[in-house]
Write a protein that binds this ligand. Structure first.
Ligand SMILES: Cc1cc2nc3c(=O)[nH]c(=O)nc-3n(C[C@H](O)[C@H](O)[C@H](O)COP(=O)(O)O)c2cc1C
Length: 206
C-alpha cells in the first residue's frame, strides 16, 4: 500500500502484471470505463481520444497480440480487456496539426479510465511496447490519428500461471523522483520552497 497521503483510488493504484486470464468484463463494465474517459476535460472540448477495444477473441485482440513486445507478450493477453488509445490530430494546412494538446488530452482521458477501473475493483496497466504502426494499419487508423498506448484492465491472477519474470515484477518496489526535482519555484531547477512531502518516494506494491 502506498503510504503517501493522496486520495483514493490514486493512492492504491499501481500496475500489476499478473492478470486472471479467465476473468471477463461485461460490455456494461467496459462501457463504464469508456465513459470515465469520455468525461475528461480537453482543450476546446475537442475530445481527441479514441479507443480500440480489444477483448480476447475479437479482431482488435487478434491484431494486437502478435505485435506486442517480448516483455509485454506474456501478461497483456491475460487481461480482460485492452484499450488501444489513439489521438486524433486535427488537420492544419495539408497535414496534421500540433499534437501537443491532443496528446495531453488523450493522456488525461486514459488516466480517468485507469482510475475508474481501480474504483470498480479492477486493475489497469498501461503499456507502449507494441508495434503501433502495424496495429494502426491493420485496424484502419487514419493518417490524422496516432496510436499512442495500450491500457490492459482486469483482475489479479495467480502468479504461478505466469513466467518468473512477470511474477517477480509483482514484488518490485515502486519508486518516484523526489518532489524537489519536479516542482520548481522562482526558476527552472530551483525547488518550489513550499514542498512538504507526506511520505517516502518508494512504495511496496499492494
Ligand atoms: C505510456 C506508458 C507506457 C508504458 N509502457 C509499458 C510497457 O510497455 N510495458 C510495461 O510493462 N509497462 C509499461 N508501462 C507501465 C510503467 O512502467 C509504470 O506505470 C511505471 O513503472 C510506474 O509504475 P506504477 O504504474 O506501478 O506506479 C507504461 C506506462 C505508461 C503510462
Amino acid at each position: 500500500m502506498n503510504p503517501v497521503d493522496i486520495v483514493e483510488p490514486l493512492r492504491s493504484r499501481w500496475s500489476p502484471s499478473v492478470f486472471d486470464a479467465a476473468h471477463e468484463l461485461s460490455d456494461t463494465e467496459i462501457s463504464r470505463l469508456l465513459e470515465a474517459a469520455q468525461w475528461a476535460p480537453s482543450s476546446g472540448n475537442r475530445q481527441p481520444w479514441r479507443y480500440l477495444v480489444a477483448v480476447r477473441g475479437n479482431a482488435a485482440h487478434d491484431v494486437l497480440v502478435p505485435h506486442l513486445s517480448r516483455g509485454n507478450a506474456g501478461w497483456v493477453p491475460r487481461a480482460s480487456v485492452v484499450f488501444i488509445s489513439v489521438t486524433v490530430v486535427e488537420p492544419e494546412g495539408d497535414g496534421p496539426g500540433d499534437p501537443t494538446y491532443p496528446l495531453h488530452d488523450l493522456g488525461q482521458a486514459s488516466a480517468h479510465l485507469t482510475l475508474q477501473a481501480k474504483a470498480m475493483g479492477l486493475e489497469a496497466h498501461q503499456f507502449a511496447g507494441f508495434d503501433h504502426d502495424a496495429v494502426g494499419a491493420a485496424l484502419g487508423v487514419p493518417d490524422h490519428a496516432r496510436v499512442v498506448a495500450g491500457i490492459a484492465v482486469g483482475v489479479r491472477g495467480n502468479p504461478a500461471e505466469v513466467s518468473e519474470r512477470d511474477a517477480e515484477r509483482e514484488h518490485k518496489v515502486r519508486t518516484r523522483r523526489p518532489l524537489v526535482e519536479t516542482a520548481y519555484g522562482d526558476r527552472w531547477g530551483t525547488p518550489w520552497p513550499g514542498i512538504t512531502p507526506s511520505g517516502p518516494t518508494t512504495a511496496e506494491p499492494a
